[in-house]
Design a protein around this ligand. Structure first.
Ligand SMILES: [Zn+2]
Length: 203
């Protein structure tokens, strides 16, 4: 579950949202061309403006979603495991002496399996198929596009290799932010129908 914060004219309202709702929110934002950005904590922020029909002023709106349970640090070992599971054929196996995630001829250790599940990085469906949660995918995306260098010298580097240039630090930040918004939109656009169906099937 995600915690959802909606910013509107009279303040913020909070609620909870399922994965399938968050995906719908992101897809709607994509179709409307709203700015969206994945967060390293496994959430996302969507921002847009609209014209207030009474005052004719342009007003800012935002929706923020964050996993209720923190993902924790996505260290290299965890990212490697998640990348392997994301290939798509991982399964959850219940043996008399151990519960493990397995793929090909490889088993993740019971401790690692329990850890990935407890942190809600993976979800298991009724048939035992294992998938990454939407929060895990958003967190990995944000991890792949974090600022990795520069800052005040008219340029900055994203950890993916993208370089942002600008006359001021603020302008550079803006270029980086735009870059993160583009990659987040591309990520949402690339989500498969099969993955969306798996989210919907999750209680
Ligand atoms: Zn990047």
């Amino acid at each position: 579950m995600f915690r959802e914060t909606i910013t509107h004219a009279t303040g913020d309202s909070e609620g909870t949202a399922r994965e399938s709702h968050v995906l719908m929110l992101l897809r709607r934002a994509l179709s409307k061309g709203y700015a969206m950005e994945a967060t390293r904590t496994g959430g996302a922020r969507v921002r847009w403006t609209r014209v207030d029909l009474t005052t004719h002023a342009i007003v800012a709106r935002a929706i923020s979603v964050e996993p209720e349970l923190s993902l924790g640090a996505l260290d290299l070992a965890t990212r490697t495991l998640l990348a392997r599971i994301d290939v798509g054929d991982a399964r959850y196996e219940v043996h008399p002496d151990r519960y493990v995630i397995a793929y090909d001829d490889t088993e993740i250790t019971p401790a690692e399996t329990a850890r990935l599940r407890a942190r809600r990085l993976v979800a298991v469906d009724h048939a035992g198929r294992v998938r990454l949660t939407l929060a895990a995918r958003l967190g990995l995306l944000a991890h792949d596009h974090r600022q990795a260098g520069g800052g005040n010298d008219g340029f900055a580097i994203c950890s993916c290799g993208f370089t942002a240039n600008g006359p001021t630090g603020e302008a550079v930040d803006e270029v980086l932010r735009n870059h993160r918004q583009v990659v987040t939109a591309s990520f949402v656009d690339s989500i498969s129908a099969a993955y969306a169906a798996a989210l919907s099937a999750t209680r």
